[in-house]
Design a protein around this ligand. Structure first.
Ligand code: ASP
Length: 337
């Protein structure tokens, strides 16, 4: 963490910096044989919509916080991702949502966990950051805070999709079988388990912001909290280093304090954003006991350098770089590890 301001802040603010945005839509066993062409197209379209929405905000002079919220709300509203509508079910057949956001300029942050009636949790995370004296709020307390602000409330059923209900049922029944192949101890195939969304943006003032929003993991015990709403685990942003949003097996990401660890390697170890993100995701997480931490991150520094490492077969991801080029990927590309 570093709060040293550049000496020529005013001069910097006068000259618009090139903008950039990077997003993810979850990591897992995403292989061409696991999804149809139609599904792949639908994911690519949704990723493009999120990128264009966030990038438009940035080119119009909006802040990185505005861009992260705008991009992630499109993904929360899409049933494809495990965030907002389409989020996974808990063991009680309900949906409990987690989200967080961090401002790399001020190191201010907002987060919530276990909300059941907030249509767009990332927007509430921003309100907690900007309108409350707290960083993190839980469950009914977070929803009560939301009532005092302009926040859309929905019934828990709004989030339900048939696909996620089926996944939860399959997870429960394969828990009872001991022959669950290609699945972890909870019996859920990897490619169905993940799907969190996240964004990191760089605005014209050179400020970074990062946000993450999720339903957590399929069939999680109600009350379980993953890494996504935890500042330093699933989300982190510091203009002096980078912005990070994570996706993967949250318990491992919490224990490794993944997002802050990447920032710390840049700050104290002099690593580039690519090296810092790669060493944490590819070298350290897989070594953790007992099963290795699977997942990935998106990360970007204040110059717009982008890293998207993941140790699973695939990760929904994309970016618009400082040169305006848009890239959308699902599977591992030739030039990646
Ligand atoms: N990291 C999230 C969690 O553990 C899940 C995900 O990324 O899909 O709640």
């Amino acid at each position: 963490m570093s709060l040293v301001l550049a000496p020529d802040v005013t001069a910097q603010a006068d000259t618009p910096q090139p903008v950039a945005i990077v997003i993810h839509g979850g990591a897992g066993t995403i292989l061409p044989e696991n999804i149809t062409d139609e599904q792949e197209q639908a994911y690519r379209t949704a990723l493009r919509t999120a990128l264009e929405t966030g990038h438009d905000v940035l080119t119009d002079g909006g802040s990185s916080i505005d861009a992260v919220v705008a991009a992630l709300q499109t993904m929360e509203d899409s049933p494809l991702f495990n965030a907002g509508k389409g989020a996974v079910f808990t063991s009680e057949n309900t949906v409990e949502l987690d989200a967080s956001i961090m401002d790399g300029h001020t190191l201010n942050a907002g987060a919530l966990t276990g909300v059941k009636h907030i249509k767009n949790p990332i927007g509430l995370a921003r309100l907690i950051m900007e309108e409350s004296e707290h960083v993190m709020m839980a469950g009914t307390g977070a929803e009560d805070f939301a009532r005092a602000h302009e926040v859309s409330f929905v019934e828990n059923e709004y989030f339900y999709t048939e696909r996620r209900r089926r996944q939860a049922e399959e997870a429960r029944s394969s828990n009872d079988r001991d022959d669950a192949r290609d699945a972890d101890a909870d019996g859920i195939p990897d490619y169905d388990k993940l799907g969190t969304v996240g964004a990191v943006a760089l605005d014209q003032d050179g400020d970074l912001a990062a946000g993450t929003t999720t339903g957590g993991t399929t069939n999680k015990r109600f009350g379980r909290v993953g890494d996504s709403p935890i500042i330093g685990a699933g989300t982190y942003a510091d203009n002096a280093t980078c912005g990070v949003s994570a996706t993967g097996h949250g318990e491992y990401f919490i224990r490794a304090a993944v997002a802050h660890e990447i920032s710390a390697r840049m700050e104290h170890g002099g690593m580039s954003v690519q090296e810092a993100a790669r060493t944490v995701i590819m070298d350290e997480l897989p070594q953790m006991e007992p099963d290795g931490g699977s997942g990935g991150v998106i990360a970007m520094d204040a110059q717009g350098n982008i890293a998207m490492p993941f140790n699973t077969p695939g990760m929904y991801r994309g970016y618009v770089g400082t040169d305006g080029t848009m890239v959308i990927r699902i599977y591992r590309a030739e030039d990646e590890e």
